[in-house]
Design a protein around this ligand. Structure first.
Ligand code: SF4
Length: 321
């Protein structure tokens, strides 16, 4: 296999709070190949957005490293960060708040090109604008429109065009459809898939919606309170979840198209605090399979089957492997 475009190694991100140290991301590792989509899934507050902010350098890592295209980008200087932005872009959750209400579509989409000081002449800039609008499916007549004059789907298309302006290779999609009407969601997901195919883009797709992640991701990474609990190819994960938390999440999907058919597994017990967390498995207070070891040691991720990594002390027994 070729060198991955992204390698995250033992990444940690902690925050000091008046009540102690918040462990937002704990010793998280994964790799991602060019042209693939990794879905990062978890409940609100599980650390997925912090993970992404740390990967793309918006928030400094506490420990561990991030390698992009063979280069360590964990602690870049401001100038190097700016260079990296050409290759790494982000599409935000809420297009209304991520776009500047005082800027027209033309200004929003061409701004990254102007900020990069590429000295592009006006006619060329106009050509680039037209091409980007065409690529994301916005009619030319919207070039002088403002965000409040467009619907949510068009606004998100502007956000996507803006992210594409610098010809990136890697895009983080931070819940890009969760603020949109259901009817528009599929259009935006299909657009992202088409763009990936045409441009060989690599995505990290953050979501709490399992149906969305099943639709778009090649591989999945599930997080629980800052820790990676399970990661593997999407198809494998939806066919055969091995971690008790993933099993519970998948059992709650209402859509009949998902192949895991069982009664919803109801999780009882309290969420552990991520502030000065106890030494054991973060899921232990809610896990029906917890043993004494689970309350003492954080389980290390281990490859249980080829490409299928799970962090659980009792995964063999639970799944009768
Ligand atoms: Fe449950 Fe223990 Fe596995 Fe954690 S390590 S998921 S508590 S069985």
């Amino acid at each position: 296999m070729s060198q991955p475009i992204l390698e995250v190694k033992h990444l940690c991100k902690y925050f000091s709070t008046p009540r102690g140290t918040l462990h937002a991301v704990e010793d998280l590792s994964f790799t991602l190949q060019q042209g693939r989509t990794l879905g990062v899934v978890g409940e609100s507050g599980c650390g997925k957005s912090t993970l992404i902010r740390t990967i793309i350098g918006l928030s400094p890592a506490t420990d561990g490293s991030v390698i992009f295209d063979g280069k360590d980008i964990t602690h870049l200087k401001k100038k190097e960060q700016k260079e990296l932005r050409k290759d790494m872009q982000i599409i935000f959750q809420d297009p209304f708040s991520s776009l500047d209400p005082r800027m027209s579509v033309r200004a929003q989409i061409t701004e990254p090109l102007k900020l990069a000081n590429l000295h592009i002449k006006k006619p060329e800039l106009e050509e680039r604008l037209k091409s980007l609008m065409d690529t994301v499916g916005i009619a030319e007549r919207f070039a002088d429109a403002y965000p409040h004059e467009m619907d949510g789907g068009r606004r998100q298309r502007v956000g996507i065009a803006r992210a594409l302006a610098m010809d990136p290779r890697f895009i983080v999609c931070d819940e890009p459809v969760s603020a949109l009407d259901v009817s528009i969601q599929a259009q935006i997901l299909n657009l992202l898939q088409d763009l990936q195919e045409q441009m060989g883009l690599t995505y990290i797709f953050i979501t709490h919606n399992l149906s969305v992640v099943n639709h778009i991701s090649d591989e999945n990474l599930h997080m629980y309170l800052g820790c990676m609990v399970e990661t593997c190819e999407s198809e494998e994960l939806f066919e055969r979840p091995l971690h008790p938390y993933t099993k519970a999440l998948l059992s709650a999907i209402p859509q009949p198209s998902i192949r895991v058919k069982q009664e919803p597994i109801l999780l009882e017990g309290e969420l552990t605090s991520p502030i000065n967390p106890a030494p054991g498995c973060r899921f232990a207070p809610r896990c029906p399979y917890a043993t004494e070891l689970c309350t003492k040691e954080l389980p290390e991720p281990a490859e249980i089957m080829p490409g299928h990594i799970v962090a659980c002390h009792n995964v063999q027994e639970i799944n009768k492997l």
